[in-house]
Design a protein around this ligand. Structure first.
Ligand code: 3HC
Length: 311
């Protein structure tokens, strides 16, 4: 028989209500959320790098201002999510160490390079588009702080996705060279963006438990399918093609069939052998070390404040 606390927890989950930081929760629930929320935060922070490289290369002041705002939003999403993760009891310094020592994952998509300005458009349209598809259901996650954080994040992500689509729209309607640059970016980001939703359901060890706890509301393949159904008409509106010869409307399914993704490449990226893994981690570690003086100064200031208060 389960304990009264477990029964109370099960009732809250059953009623689609919220588990809050001070509520009793199974250790495994706490661990699963700490894993997912911290890796989500790591993704936001690492995700600043591909686009950050293009801030000084943006083609106009307007594009530069928009990109700065977007990268700043991502930093904010990361800090928001580290705060949500900390409510589960693991200090941010420990979570950060897990990232810097390679123990923790971050979204595979950020281990791909942003080669041209069109990539900034493809990242906004496809990567932030996939992030929205994944994050909207997370607004109803059973863990209060995570679900509430997602509401704010999703609002900002829609601006990210819209500006990305608009960049591609300008390029696709520009010179033939610009249109080719946009098509090339979509060719490179389409497959990896679909893999942001995780491995196929049959190869997703966390999904079943995560769905029972109402953390994950839809399976990896369900959200991936919704995303494909959404971007096919958007690509048509852009006048760009998606690099998938097996993509076609399936009348009886009421969805688009799409081709197999490269899961060997996915596994290679997850095990650290993607195109940019080493560069992304080296950059993050350097930034962390260069920022040490800020942390020390803030800690010294806090001690001084504390001394003042105790006098
Ligand atoms: N990249 C890296 N790792 C991935 C991955 C991906 N695209 N997809 C799955 N994985 C990992 C999982 O973390 C898990 O490993 P772990 O147990 O060591 O953590 C393993 O592969 C098996 O996958 P599962 O499907 O069993 O794992 P989950 O149930 O956790 O599902 C997930 C994976 C869908 C990514 C889920 O964790 C999730 O929804 N996370 C929150 C969303 C998130 O992290 N999004 C990042 C998007 S980038 C972003 O938001 C920035 C935006 O502003 C551009």
């Amino acid at each position: 028989t389960s304990s009264p606390e477990q029964e109370q927890f099960d009732r809250i989950i059953e009623q689609d209500s919220r588990i809050e930081p001070r509520d009793w929760m199974p250790d495994a629930y706490r661990k699963a959320l700490t894993r997912q929320i911290s890796q989500h935060a790591h993704s936001e922070i690492i995700g600043m790098q591909p686009e950050g490289n293009w801030i000084s290369r943006a083609p106009s002041l307007k594009r530069k201002a928009i990109l700065i705002a977007k990268v700043q939003d991502e930093a904010g999403h990361g800090l928001y999510l580290y705060s949500a993760a900390e409510t589960l009891g693991t200090p941010r310094s420990v979570l950060n160490d897990q990232l810097l020592t390679g123990k923790a994952k971050y979204s595979s998509i950020f281990n791909y390079p942003a080669r041209s300005w069109a990539d900034v458009g493809a990242i906004g349209w496809l990567v932030d588009g996939a992030a929205i598809q994944n994050q909207v259901p997370l607004c109803r996650c059973s863990y209060g702080p995570y679900g509430r954080a997602m509401v704010r994040v999703c609002k900002e992500e829609s601006f990210h996705q819209r500006q990305g689509w608009e960049i591609l729209h300008s390029l696709a309607n520009g010179t033939p060279a610009q249109k080719q640059m946009a098509q090339d970016a979509v060719n490179r980001f389409y497959g990896p963006a679909l893999q942001m939703f995780g491995p196929p359901d049959g190869d997703s060890p966390n999904s079943q438990q995560s769905m029972q706890w109402k953390i994950k509301r839809f399976s990896n393949d369900e959200l991936r399918q919704r995303f494909v159904d959404m971007i096919v008409p958007q690509a048509e509106a852009l006048g760009l093609t998606l690099p998938d010869p097996d993509l076609r409307w399936n009348e009886e399914r009421g969805h688009y069939d799409y081709g197999d993704l490269d899961w060997d490449e996915f596994k290679a990226v997850l095990s650290g052998n993607g195109p940019c893994n080493a560069q992304r981690m080296a950059h993050r570690i350097r930034a962390h070390e260069e920022g040490a003086w800020v942390r020390e100064a803030a800690a010294a200031h806090a001690r001084k404040q504390a001394d003042v208060e105790t006098k």
